[in-house]
Design a protein around this ligand. Structure first.
Ligand code: HEC
Length: 140
């Protein structure tokens, strides 16, 4: 490798390694949410909502996204009702995550309804999407 190639390579590689990878699906969804009124996505707000507990009816009187997905997005979760394993949410450990728009939409709808008792707003979804997407491994 000559010197010029090496320098060009570094100039391309270094900025990339600092930028969080974002799938086309995430970009597309964020664009959709902004047309639905969401402003810039806020990962910190996403985290707060992810960890917040809501009142529910019946056996599951306390509900949270973490009930099934855990607080650590790099870890395997467990469905509170079926006890089935749920693969980690963080794309960095589970590259399948946040790659399929239909799947993301379906589960946002279902899980927001079950957990919060209503659908999430475009802003809430944008915040959570960025929060999940930005996980860089073990996090508490
Ligand atoms: C009762 C259990 C349960 C709760 C609570 C729950 N989820 Fe899920 N979630 C699932 C299951 C099951 C799947 C689909 C299986 C899988 O993808 O591994 C899933 C998948 C998802 C996906 C799809 C991600 C992808 O790209 O594959 C998103 C996004 C998601 N959940 C967000 C949320 C949010 C946000 C909350 C809280 C508002 C939440 N979930 C609460 C069980 C739950």
């Amino acid at each position: 490798m000559n010197k010029k190639m090496l320098i060009t390579g570094l100039l391309v590689f270094i900025p990339m390694s600092f930028t969080q990878a974002q799938s086309d699906s995430v970009s597309q969804l964020l664009a959709d949410y902004s047309t639905q009124g969401a402003t810039t996505a806020d990962a910190e707000q996403g985290k707060i909502l992810w960890q917040k507990t809501f009142d529910g009816k019946g056996e599951f009187s306390r509900r949270s996204c973490t009930s099934c997905h855990t607080r650590n997005l790099a870890k395997t979760g467990k469905h509170v009702k079926t006890n089935k394993e749920i693969k980690p949410m963080a794309p960095v450990v589970n590259p399948q995550r946040l790659t399929n728009i239909k799947k993301i939409k379906k589960w946002f709808k279902r899980n927001c309804k079950w957990t919060i008792g209503r659908e999430c707003t475009a802003q809430e979804k944008a915040n959570i999407l960025v929060y999940i997407n930005n996980q860089s491994g073990y996090q508490e």
